[in-house]
Design a protein around this ligand. Sequence first.
Ligand code: ADP
Ligand code: MG
Length: 643
Amino acid sequence: MNATVEQFEFQAEARQLLDLMIHSVYSNKDSFLRELISNASDALDKLRLEAFRNKDLDVDTSDLHIVIDVDKEARTLTVRDNGIGMTRDEVVDLIGTLAKSGTARVRQQLREAETVGDADALIGQFGIGFYSVFMVADRVELLTRKAGESEATRWESSGDGTYTIASVDDAPQGTSVTLHLKPEDAENELHDYTAGWTIRSLVKKYSDFIAWPIRMDVERRSPADDEGGEDTVTVEAETLNSMKALWARSKDEVSAEEYAEFYKHIAHAWDDPLEVIAMKAEGTFEYQALLFIPSHAPFDLFTQDAHVGIQLYVRRVFIMGDCDQLLPQYLRFVKGVVDASDMSLNVSREILQQDRQVKAIRRRLTKKVLSTIADLQSERPEDYRTFWTQFGRVVKEGLLSDFDNRDALLRVCSFASTRSDEESTTLAGYVERMKDGQDQIFYATGDTREQILRSPHLEAFKAKGYEVLLLTDPVDEVWVQNVTEFDGKALQSVARGEVDLESDEEKSAHEAEREEQEKQFADLIGWLKETLGEHVKDVRLSARLTESPACLITDAFDITPALARLYRASGQEVPVTKRILELNPDHPLVTGLRRAHSERAQDPDVAETAELLYGTALLAEGGALDDPARFADLLAARLARTL
Ligand code: ADP
Ligand code: MG
């Protein structure tokens, strides 16, 4: 029946994963069945959709289903569907390799997971669905024929690093996967998957909600009738799952386990969701939504091809996955299903973009997700922390794009602050703790907490006991430009504009001293403006320094160097903006420079000291020098003279 059998090697990463699966100590070996059924169900969804879109496709979609066959003698289990099937190339591409986007990460994780003991964690982390069959089987055959094609493909592997592929002439359309089962091993949670009741209970447990019938043949023995003769045995196909769409049932009818299994199916996840959101809208636009907040961020959350988690159904019919119109980008980690009542089955992505109904659904879902996060925050702080650690960076992207929900977004955000090393704070918490007379929310941005804490900008805030938010995500640098206030309190960068931390009393007490200093330093400042004119737009005395000699400040409406770097990295042109040099009039380097300048204004050494002072201020905040080599030369020459 078939022609040549070709042998292939698994792609390296796939091979390592297979190895992991074969020697798996993963306790939940049963889940292989959920994975096979999940794939079969996806294939049936795809076929129905394809048949609907492509009227030329000559397929019978009147009885789409999944069949499970067991053979006790041969110890095989087969899961068969009459879904979309795969071409030969697709088999090589989809089964022979791992999802491309994940390979780099998988490779790294595999290198780190030296022992099989780490398998649980690893298996949980990747949607490595199909390969899970090798937890329970020594050998696996897959026979598949794509809808609309005549040639079929047989794939076979023992999970030993190679697989074979052959073309086959006659095969039913769809896919069947046959497992040659390993011996039963109850100690290692390897059950007897040829036992009808095992299969029945696994399907019930993991796959009850699957929208397609999952059938299995059962033998029914009718006892011989009164007139003697033999018992009659009939074989009947029994449907194992209820096929009830979970989103159509009310929340109190569905158990947490059922939700979790459904989540695993649609999200291709192996762990439980952090939170379930079930919604039902009636009225103008009727729809039901079942959304999940995952407990772990997927590895591709920040890549270009990050998956969007929402599937669109219309009256129980799967229409599309990755439906990016139903939630904003910054909620792309939310998984789930939206089932709309009054939409055309023919709806396309293009139509969705314009659709009023879709916009209304999107608004509602967004608000609901944000209010759910707010509830987590107030009711389940531990889970909220998990959530924020995993997804906070993504949620903050919303501060840039979603003006309507800005306040709700700001309320669910939390930030590190100078108040505590471990605990972060909400903005509301910060405002509650604000000092008498404080009317601004102070924040500092930077690469790391440590770097910000050592920056000269923070000195006066520390000395006077003001709390400062420490913002270290790249996105923070951007949103603080757009968000100017919270709860009527302005957001103020410690490294921008003027700061005023003194009370009125302190101010009047210092006024005379201040005026005196302005006079004393007027000459030096005038000269520094010229000498450093290439680097800074202004020089002034500082109210924010207590220990360092100088620091650099971004003018109130200028762009910060970090933001300029971000823009440049994304290919945009940004003009160089000069900053303001602030001097600490009490620092010996500054007073010494003033004296030196008044005595030897023409001495090139004095100008060099000014340059070094500027460079030091830049380094102290973690900035980069324009000409590091020159700075190093000047410094080395200076140091040599001190020896
Ligand atoms: P995932 O389901 O997360 O994509 P899997 O390892 O479970 O990962 O499956 C890999 C791919 O193989 C699927 O995305 C699908 O394209 C294809 N596939 C697997 N099983 C089937 C099937 N029964 N019918 C059609 N395609 C399938
Ligand atoms: Mg799968």
